[in-house]
Write a protein that binds this ligand. Structure first.
Ligand code: AMP
Ligand code: MG
Length: 348
């Protein structure tokens, strides 16, 4: 499908009853009728389509260039809407819904097979969540159907945290974008498998392992997150993601080690970028040094990560060196995304 130009519909004020706005009414009707429309969630912008319509779902895959075997997350407005789509969930899954919805936590549960098989890539499970964003919730309620929505970027590129990023990647490929400002969390939802005895984290994200443990006790982590040889239980985790155009290399060993590498690469005539933090940015002499939030507040790093990766593309650097982050709290999700952007290469 191609469009002359993708429409951008702006929601100026995201408070009050958004369902009354003509922007929301229009976008919801388009989605209900099978168009795909991008919209903000609290994590990143999503590209939404009606879960019951095969054509809408295939259009999402086409617009993104997403591999067909990578299933989509279904966005719903309430727990009861989730229970319509899944078989009886384990008790711990209901505890997680009660505690974290609306919020950046996606649960993988047994599917009642009501949705288009393209949504689940033919799996017997579905991934579902209630987003914590007034625009997303108003759209789902007004459309009256669950909305499948992967991140609204071209596959492989950093996820979009502004409507402008979506426009850059998908202009002409989708009908419309609802612009509701920058997203708050900045990294995608945490994906948790709820089909076994204990919950297993398949993808780290906005809700941390520590937060989940506080509610349900023991939590597992899919070993594919740490061992390259293991096959991930979440199909999407096997793909390279989030990658800027220039190769990104994660560097352990502090600012001095990175400065040595900068000098080496500049010596070879390269234009060098550094992904630093507000605390460290003045320690580097490189061509482009970008502060990605504050190390002391990892949440701010998550929020800026994708935007910073996209700025490196605009700056046309030849190589990017990135600092590493502690793998705890939201740091686990940050490092997971950076490792993917770096194709697993860490200079130790
Ligand atoms: P995205 O929407 O692009 O942020 O990616 C959604 C993530 O959820 C991908 O890693 C998918 O592989 C994963 N996912 C979606 N549905 C399932 C499912 N039924 N089982 C396991 N993982 C899933
Ligand atoms: Mg994505």
């Amino acid at each position: 499908m191609s469009y002359k130009q993708t429409k951008v519909l702006t929601v100026d004020n995201v408070s009050g009853d958004l369902k009354k706005l003509s922007v929301i009414k229009d976008a919801a009707l388009w989605i209900k009728n099978g168009e795909v429309v991008a919209f903000p969630t609290e994590t990143v912008y999503g590209l939404g389509g009606n879960v019951f319509l095969d054509e809408a779902i295939s259009q999402i895959f086409e617009a993104k260039g997403r591999p067909q075997d990578n299933p989509l997350i279904i966005h719903i407005a309430s727990k009861s809407q989730a229970l319509d789509l899944i078989g009886a969930p384990p008790a711990y899954a209901e505890l997680l819904m009660d505690q974290f919805w609306p919020g950046p936590l996606t649960l993988v549960c047994v599917s009642k097979q009501k949705v288009s098989e393209y949504v689940t890539a033919g799996l017997h499970t579905v991934a579902i969540r209630v987003p914590d964003h007034p625009v997303a919730l108003a759209l789902i309620e007004e459309a009256g159907v669950p909305i499948a929505a992967p991140s609204a970027n071209r596959s492989g590129k950093p996820s979009p945290t502004t409507a402008c990023h979506v426009f850059h990647d998908l202009n002409g490929k989708i009908m419309a974008i609802v612009d509701g400002g920058s997203t708050g969390v900045g990294v995608e939802s945490t994906v948790v498998d709820c089909t076994g005895e204990i919950p297993i984290i398949l993808r780290p994200g906005g809700v941390t392992k520590e937060q989940i443990e506080q509610v349900v006790g023991t939590v597992g982590i899919d070993k594919a997150l740490f061992e390259k040889s293991a096959a991930p239980k979440s199909p999407g985790m096997k793909y390279t993601h989030y990658a800027p155009n220039a190769p990104l290399q994660l560097v352990e060993g502090g600012t001095e080690r990175i400065q040595q590498l900068i000098i080496e690469k500049q010596g070879e005539g390269m234009r060098v970028g550094v992904l630093a933090t507000e605390e460290s940015q003045t320690s580097y002499q490189a061509d482009v040094v970008l502060a990605c939030g504050q190390r002391a507040h990892l949440q701010t790093v998550a929020q800026k990560l994708y935007e910073v990766l996209r700025v490196f593309d605009e700056e046309n650097v030849d190589v990017i060196f990135s600092e590493t982050f502690p793998q705890e709290g939201v740091g686990l999700a940050i490092m997971n995304r950076l490792e993917k952007a770096a194709s697993g290469i860490i200079i130790r």
